[in-house]
Design a protein around this ligand. Structure first.
Ligand code: NAD
Ligand code: IPM
Ligand code: MN
Length: 356
């Protein structure tokens, strides 16, 4: 079986970490008899520089004609002052997600035994943490109407948080189904004490809940959820929330696994899945071989599992990473005293050794 992968490294550390995930996919392919074709496309700042467009039509076509997409990261200071619709984030990543119908962003987050001391949080707080954040990805503030006006010489700007019942239903159903295959707990996070869109969100969750009697549902306000995530993260199993809340809470939750460089993600809902680390282009460390490739490698493992149903292969990658961490190899972001500092490529070398 040959899988066609669209490879979009993007900007900053994207160009450093994506090749590492491809090395791992090649190795897994050789071991388990899968083959891949990797076709590179331009996206983000580098695409603006080379074509004038953040998401060239050619890239979109490449994605549509592939079996899955692996993306690094986009954006950076060089492109921050372009008009909003031309910026890498709003001009490329959001339209790509929308065009492919990727409404469900899955961000698994757990504490690795080997990294319990590498986190800024106490080991006792982290013990047993294993959750998945399910973030709605094609609605809410990101896609609602936005604009600026001048009212008597005073500038105003607005962004609209808007959700329809079908948009909420499909993501909430996916969260219920996910909980069914886990510890059967679903926490829906909203701001229903203030926001009308959150009230519709909560009503929808409550209306669907009787269809999933085996799942224990709770609701939590997002401000409390932010606190509970670091007070007692072990209480969460599946968390479902709207786009902006999920963006913020998932970066926060990444510290439960010691670094944003550990947080993988899958964006699903259409025919072609998009796999990317949750982090960005990390301009502060780009070009220095310091980036942690694990989030991207784990995203490739999610691709094997979710797009290709190659579960054993995905588990093998995860096990290899755990073994490497247990042996004390660390990129700078997860470094602790007494451990062995490695660069981006060397970390991948160690993972490949474990896989072999
Ligand atoms: P960021 O995620 O790029 O970096 C935040 C911090 O985490 C930085 O200190 C960075 O060095 C560190 N970090 C992130 N990934 C790491 C890794 N793999 N290994 C080690 N350290 C890592 O967020 P930011 O600095 O707020 O944003 C930088 C740019 O990235 C912006 O243009 C932003 O819009 C963009 N961005 C893109 C994506 C994406 O492509 N999906 C996601 C988030 C941010
Ligand atoms: C992410 C990123 C993006 C988002 C940005 C770059 C548009 O932060 O994937 O989490 O907010 O969705
Ligand atoms: Mn984010």
């Amino acid at each position: 079986m040959t899988y066609r992968i669209a490879v979009l490294p993007g900007d900053g550390i994207g160009a450093e970490i994506v090749p590492q995930a491809l090395r791992v996919l090649e190795a897994v392919g050789a071991k388990y008899g899968l083959s891949f074709t990797f076709t590179e496309g331009l996206i983000g700042g580098i695409a603006i520089d080379e074509t004038g467009q953040p998401l060239p039509q050619e890239t979109l076509e490449l994605c549509r004609n592939s079996d899955a997409i692996l993306l690094g990261a986009i954006g950076g200071p060089k492109w921050d002052n372009l008009p909003t619709h031309l910026r890498p984030e709003v001009g490329a990543l959001l339209p790509l997600r929308k065009a492919l119908g990727l409404y469900a962003n899955i961000r698994p987050c757990r504490t690795y035994d080997a990294l319990a001391d590498a986190s800024t949080l106490k080991k006792e707080v982290l013990a047993g943490t294993d959750m998945v954040i399910i973030r709605e990805l094609t609605g809410g503030l990101y896609f609602g109407s936005k604009g600026r006006t001048d009212v008597d010489g005073v500038q105003q700007a607005w962004d609209t948080m808007i959700y329809s019942t079908p948009e909420i239903e499909r993501i909430v159903r996916l969260a219920f189904e996910t909980a069914r295959h886990r510890r059967k707990k679903l926490c829906s996070v909203d701001k229903a004490n203030v926001l009308e869109s959150s009230r519709l969100w909560r009503e929808t969750v409550n209306r669907l809940a009787p269809e999933y009697p085996d799942i224990a549902v709770t609701h939590m306000y997002v401000d409390n959820a932010a606190m509970q995530l670091i007070r007692n993260p072990g209480q969460f199993d599946v968390v479902v929330t709207e786009n902006t809340f999920g963006d913020i809470l998932s970066d926060q939750a990444s510290m439960l696994s010691a670094s944003l460089g550990m947080l993988a993600s899958a964006s699903l809902g259409g025919r072609v899945g998009l796999y990317e680390p949750a982090h960005g282009s990390a301009p502060d460390i780009a070009g220095q071989k310091k980036a942690n490739p694990i989030a991207t490698i784990l995203s490739a493992a999610m691709m094997l599992e979710y797009s290709f149903n190659r579960v054993a292969e995905a588990r093998a990658i995860e096990a290899a990473i755990e073994a490497v961490l247990a042996k004390g190899f660390r990129t700078g972001d997860i470094m602790e005293a007494g451990k062995r500092l490695v660069n981006t490529e060397e970390m991948t070398d160690r993972v490949l050794e474990e896989l072999a």
